[in-house]
Write a protein that binds this ligand. Structure first.
Ligand code: SAM
Length: 274
């Protein structure tokens, strides 16, 4: 049987027990479909971060917090109409249980953010991922059906985040997106601490193109400057390619990027109005 790197609710660990002074983060995910997470967190960087003790992930089945013989987690909407709505009580109970088990409160001045995944939330950006990576505890609530009772949104959560302007059937994939985007920003997770600095969207630009061996493939050659061994020239080429790409593909990003006079001169030559 394969060993899962992340934990079910019954295997609660201390998220702060990390050696070497490296910051650690706890993700608690509340879902009606815990099985969806198996495999995704069990490979690659997320798994390594768990094994290194830099993050802990616990998956909680919202149904375990439902009461009554049928453990109902959803009900018909008041006012009629199709679809079902996730009931507030199991979600409140689950969040409150998780927070008190960590001796925490949610929100400003506390260590935890309680995030509802929702197509109506703030669109996720790299900047939001950076903000979230500075917290020690993120609770992610995955909606299903028509979504959650509005009182969850009004009285329980600190954030509502969307992964884009489209509608999925549940918040599980958005929760995975947040875990992945945030985890790679936590110091110690990537082998090279500078690996994320030049990533697309970190500084408001798209990243420059990458090449690896062979230097020539089917008559397509790697740009000569990359083979030159001249570090300063490579740095300049990469900067200009990042600017060119951003201008060609996402020109609206340039208005928020930090640009030097030299960057602006280069962009003007391309026809940008900066
Ligand atoms: N009726 C809702 C609406 O129109 O806003 C959509 C509900 S959707 C079918 C069910 C759940 O999927 C949501 O509660 C949310 O948790 C999740 N979800 C769907 N699309 C999402 C998105 N773009 N970003 C984040 N979560 C999303």
């Amino acid at each position: 049987m394969r060993r899962m790197a992340f934990r079910s609710e019954s295997e609660v660990s201390n998220p702060r027990s990390v050696s070497g002074g490296v910051k650690s983060m706890l993700f608690d995910i509340l879902t009606l479909f815990p099985g969806l997470f198996f495999g995704v967190f069990d490979e690659s960087i997320v798994r390594r971060a768990i094994e290194a003790g830099i993050i802990s992930i616990r998956i909680h089945n919202i149904r375990d917090y439902a009461e009554g013989r049928h453990s109902m987690t959803d009900d018909a909407p008041y006012g009629g109409g199709g679809g079902m709505v996730m009931k507030p009580e199991p979600i409140f109970r689950a969040v409150e249980h998780v927070l008190t088990s960590q001796g925490q409160q949610a929100g400003a001045g506390a260590g935890a953010r309680v995030i509802l995944l929702s197509p109506q939330g703030r669109p996720l950006t790299q900047q939001i991922a950076c903000e979230l990576s500075r917290w020690e505890h993120l609770l992610l609530i995955c909606g299903r059906y028509e979504g959650v009772d509005e009182r969850v949104r009004e009285h329980l959560i600190t954030d509502e985040i969307s992964i884009g302007d489209y509608v999925l059937s549940g918040g599980e994939i958005p929760a995975m997106v947040i875990v992945e985007a945030v985890t790679r920003l936590i110091p110690g997770v990537l082998g090279d601490p500078g690996a994320t600095f030049e990533d697309s969207h970190m500084e408001g630009l798209l990243e420059y193109p990458h090449y690896t061996r062979p230097a020539e493939y089917r008559d397509w050659e790697v740009p000569e400057v990359l083979l030159s061994g001249d570090h300063a020239l490579v740095v300049q080429w990469r900067r200009e390619e990042a600017l060119r790409r951003t201008f060609e593909r996402r020109p609206e990003l340039l208005s928020k990027a930090t640009l030097s006079e030299r960057d602006k001169e280069f962009l003007r030559r391309l026809g940008a109005g900066v």
